[in-house]
Design a protein around this ligand. Structure first.
Ligand SMILES: *Cc1c(COP(=O)(O)O)cnc(C)c1O
Length: 404
């Protein structure tokens, strides 16, 4: 009956496969439109979005308030470059700095650029403020990390798929096991400029460190004059039921790296946020980006920060996260071996006896639910924070069926 439209989906997938580099292995669904938590494919079939573009869609697809800010700005001014001032960057930076409790914002575009910027800032701070010998600065990173795809960043990934065959790699990174504060303390020496960690490791499968880890990292960094850089690109901006995942332990890092949801699901927008004694080390001309801090992105980012300032999304994520955790825990022992939940964010380990993460994701797709597998046996769940409890219940039922 639906052969003609089926053909359209198949044709579009074939066109992608023929002309897009094979750097991804997407699930076989061709999205055509979306609203809120629901995506519609080219054949008119609807799917509940439990991935949210890896948390870039924390407010759902086409949130009216964000769309309005983008539309209004589109008509007025979209790009100036930083050669000139624009009337949106100041208000955006002021609001974001306030949300973070910091002085300064350095706007970029993608998450990887924020990480690269954080690395440059940490090194410059190490030489100019801490007094590390030239070119000797090191940064401590965690095993299992994911910080993006640039050549420097993949050089300190220990995931062979991300890392192998892209060398030579930039030196200056020291690995420690994730969640092990003693290992961080032991790894610090006079050349250590920073500790760079995800407060919860997203790509690794929503790996939550032991309680107290972030507090100890904070203490160790303060005691040793080392910067604590928190990559909150996926964990931040409401996802875990707090503004930042660091808030779960009442910890304030020296540097926040933000991205993904900062762009409101509309455009790429990332930022490095820190106090003037850290971010102030960067001087004119030393760092930049043609699109970073553009007025369109700033207008969107300002609206996102305004929405987060009320705390309503964080509260929602916390309450619904408990609901999600309850539903997922009921599946442990029934095709699920373990679940890790922080707010509306979950890693679900699939029992190999019922299939791989990919196979379960494909079954869920046929049942109208979008999720993505990671590292073989895990599926990651990160719905828009606007999802309803009844929609979570429905998704859990689909997962129960997909596992049986
Ligand atoms: C997604 C992600 C990045 C990279 O962001 P891009 O926008 O894809 O470059 C960096 N760090 C973390 C923790 C991420 O989840």
């Amino acid at each position: 009956m639906s052969t003609a439209v089926d053909d359209l989906g198949a044709q579009l997938i074939a066109a992608e496969n023929a002309h897009v580099a094979h750097n991804y292995h997407p699930l076989p669904v061709v999205a055509a439109r979306a609203e809120g938590v629901w995506v519609t494919d080219v054949e008119g079939k609807r799917y509940l979005d439990l991935l949210s573009a890896y948390s870039a869609l924390n407010f759902g697809h086409g949130h009216p308030a964000i769309l309005a800010a983008a539309r209004e700005q589109l008509e007025r001014l979209t790009l100036t470059s930083r050669a000139f001032h624009n009337d949106k960057l100041g208000p955006f930076a002021t609001a974001l700095a306030q949300l973070c409790g910091k002085d300064l914002v350095l706007p970029m575009n993608t998450g990887a650029e924020a990480v690269e910027t954080g690395i440059k800032v940490a090194r410059a701070w190490g030489y100019r403020s801490k007094g590390i010998a030239p070119d000797a600065a090191t940064i401590i990173v965690a095993n299992g990390n994911f910080h993006g795809r640039t050549t420097t960043i993949v050089g300190f990934s220990d995931d062979p798929t991300a890392h192998d065959d892209f060398g030579p790699y930039a030196p200056g990174f020291v690995h420690v096991p994730y969640g092990d504060a003693d290992a961080i303390a032991a790894a610090i020496d006079e050349n250590t400029a920073a500790v760079l960690i995800e407060p919860i490791q997203g790509e690794a499968g929503v790996v939550i460190p032991p309680e107290g880890f972030l507090r100890r990292v904070r203490e160790i960094c303060s005691a040793n004059n080392v910067l604590f850089i928190a990559d909150e690109i996926q964990s931040g901006l409401g996802r875990v039921g707090e503004t930042f995942a660091c808030d779960r332990e009442g910890v304030v890092p020296d540097v926040y790296l933000l991205g993904k949801a900062l762009g409101g699901g509309i455009l790429p927008l990332s930022a490095v946020v820190a106090n003037a004694d850290v971010l102030g080390v960067i001087r004119p001309g030393e760092h930049g980006s043609t699109f970073g801090g553009n007025p369109l992105a700033s207008a969107v980012g300002l609206r996102v920060v305004e929405m987060l300032a009320s705390g309503e999304f964080q509260t929602r994520a916390k309450a619904l996260g408990e609901h999600l955790a309850h539903g997922l825990e009921s599946l442990v022992g029934h095709g699920v071996t373990a679940v890790r939940v922080a707010g509306l964010w979950a890693g679900v380990d699939i029992d190999p006896a019922v299939g791989t993460g990919r196979e379960i994701a494909e079954k869920l797709l046929s049942r109208g639910v979008l999720v993505k597998d990671t590292h073989g046996q895990t599926i990651r769940i990160a719905p828009p924070l606007t999802i309803r409890a009844t929609e979570i219940d429905w998704a859990i039922e689909q997962l129960r069926h997909a596992l049986s």
